[in-house]
Design a binder for this molecule. Sequence first.
Ligand SMILES: CC(C)(COP(=O)(O)OP(=O)(O)OC[C@H]1O[C@@H](n2cnc3c(N)ncnc32)[C@H](O)[C@@H]1OP(=O)(O)O)[C@@H](O)C(=O)NCCC(=O)NCCS
Length: 205
Amino acid sequence: MEKLTIIGAGGHAQQIASAAELIACWGVIEFVDDAFTKERKIHNWSVVSTISDYIDSAEDGSKFIVGIGDNTTRVELQLKLTGRNLTPVTVIHPSAVVNPYSTIGQGSFISTQAVISMNAAIGDVCIVNSGAVVGHDSTLMDGVHISTNVALGGGVTVGQNSLLGLSVAVGPGLSIGANVIAGIGAAVVRDVPDGATVKGVPARE
Ligand SMILES: CC(C)(COP(=O)(O)OP(=O)(O)OC[C@H]1O[C@@H](n2cnc3c(N)ncnc32)[C@H](O)[C@@H]1OP(=O)(O)O)[C@@H](O)C(=O)NCCC(=O)NCCS
């Protein structure tokens, strides 16, 4: 069985490791992290090197997933590693419900009890966190993070690298731009332009 290397070793990376362990298709699951000084264990998994040592030494085709919450950092690292001929993998927690007519891009993580509905399209390097629901025909562009308990209506689009905070709700058919931050608990009832930070009920810039 193959080895899965998780980039980062914090809480989010560990959440991915535990999901990957449950899937039981990996012979070894390990972390690489820039805080590395010497090999140490976190639960069943070892932190084995720095990220830059991994980039320098990994064999072509080695499988990885970036376990870092910050959207920009996560996307940049995946681009760097794929440029080195390493292969990003998608990890889906077994308790997630993923409609067979939806698609999920490379290097994305679908966490515990998330729901990906009919015809939804999840881009590369996305996070759909615990209990989040992506409505039918919705699209997440690359690098999006849908936090815990977010609810997206049907036909919603979320632009590149946007973060929807804990328990955000987005009405059906709405379009959220790139690099948007929606604050905890926001109720999005209108389209949101690129780069905006919105919060509140209803959500305002
Ligand atoms: C909206 C957000 C980005 C604002 O962050 P910030 O710019 O650092 O804002 P501050 O904490 O300085 O607060 C500024 C004001 O906005 C208010 N505020 C902050 N977050 C808010 C929210 N989600 N809804 C409503 N008001 C909010 C604060 O109470 C404060 O009001 P005041 O000036 O009257 O005291 C941030 O609070 C947030 O919700 N981030 C998302 C976090 C998250 O869910 N991450 C995912 C984890 S998995």
